[in-house]
Design a protein around this ligand. Structure first.
Ligand code: AKB
Length: 345
């Protein structure tokens, strides 16, 4: 069987690197990557071709490629986007729109199905106040779609753009088949945590930053309050979800946007678990108002019933399994040779 042509934008980011490793291990893919940065050593040999540079200016190059699947991961994350709003809008919205236009054009011209996977975020939600956040519990996809951040607005709008280019672009009678065969699918990710890479520019970053700091024996000052609660997920589960949604039969999917959940913890609970694994570390709380406001507007948890029912989503890692079976054993091995690391053993 011939290889599937896959484009991964934002390839050097956390999801990008983990996804490329997974696709390469599966085999059967010709991976083309794109990013502002050169490829890190960890994935360089796994990629057939890397296009380095600003995606918005580069998309025209992709009109000559015959992609089967596009994972559009490139984005400016929430904290960074709040500081450089125009630039974030350009990267997050303009970049996505250019890529969707290219995929819709090629799909219509060659009558070819192109799957377009888009990582959206819990940032697409926004609560008016803490009371509403606490009262809401696990939110459904169509609740509280009132993001407070540029990043959240960008993600929510790009979900709509994906729906537009896959269903309505070119306009037909409502009962007719859409002219393109673009198949857009989005997942609203919680905060993601990898034992191999660290995020940058996000606001859920306090979770992974705290754990990586503790594992390296470095003090950490957490930029949100101890009682701050949002949902998190192990990176392997995030990759598993992307692959599962890619492979889900179209007829099983009644929506284009899906929540997925794994575990929900407060920053204080992260500290407790970090100290249990790495005793004696210094973890303090020094909330930064601007970033606190962002996470306070995000849900404590999400309702992922749709994903479970329609494409069989089940996470491998709840909080206990995340710490005991994934993060702690992997990170201990990784930092084992660092003199500053102090662990229980
Ligand atoms: C961020 O913090 O901006 C991201 C996200 C939750 O989408 N990690």
């Amino acid at each position: 069987m011939s290889e599937k042509a896959v484009l991964v934008t934002g390839a050097c980011g956390e999801i990008g690197q983990a996804l490329i490793q997974n696709l390469s291990a599966q085999g059967g893919f010709r991976i083309v990557s794109a990013d502002l940065a050169p490829l890190p050593d960890a994935i360089m040999s796994l990629v057939a071709e890397h296009l380095q540079g600003d995606l918005v200016n580069r998309v025209k190059q992709f009109y000559d490629y015959d992609f089967d699947v596009i994972y559009h991961l490139a984005a400016s994350l929430s904290s960074k986007a709040e500081i450089a709003t125009e630039e974030a809008h350009r990267i997050n919205v303009e970049g996505t729109m250019q890529l969707l236009m290219m995929a819709a054009y090629r799909s219509e011209k060659y009558q070819k199905e192109i799957k377009f996977l888009f990582p959206s975020s819990i940032a697409a939600y926004g609560f008016p106040n803490i009371e509403a956040k606490k009262a809401a519990g696990g939110v459904k996809e169509d609740e509280y779609n009132t993001p407070h951040t540029m990043y959240g607005c960008n993600k929510l709008y790009c979900e709509k753009l994906g729906l537009y280019y896959s269903r309505y672009f070119g306009q037909r009678h409502l009962d007719e088949k859409p002219p393109t065969m673009l198949d857009f699918r989005a997942i609203r990710f919680p905060g993601l945590i990898s034992a191999y890479t660290l995020p940058s520019g996000g606001t859920s970053d306090y979770g992974p930053e705290m754990l990586h700091a503790a594992a390296q024996g470095k003090p950490y000052s957490c930029f949100v309050r101890e009682d701050t609660k949002i949902s998190f997920m192990a990176m392997p589960d995030a990759i598993k979800s992307l692959i599962a949604l890619t492979e889900a039969p179209r007829e099983k999917l009644s929506h284009v946007v899906y929540n997925i959940a794994a575990f929900s913890l407060t920053a204080g609970e992260f500290r407790k678990r970090a100290l249990h694994a790495f005793p004696g570390q210094k973890i303090t709380f020094d909330p930064v108002q601007r970033r606190q406001g962002i996470v306070d507007s995000w849900p404590e948890d999400v309702d992922d019933t749709l994903a479970r029912n329609e494409w069989g989503w089940v996470p491998d890692f709840n909080a206990d399994r995340f710490f005991n079976d994934y993060f702690i054993p992997v990170i201990k091995k990784r930092y084992a040779n660092k003199p500053s690391l102090r662990t229980k053993e």
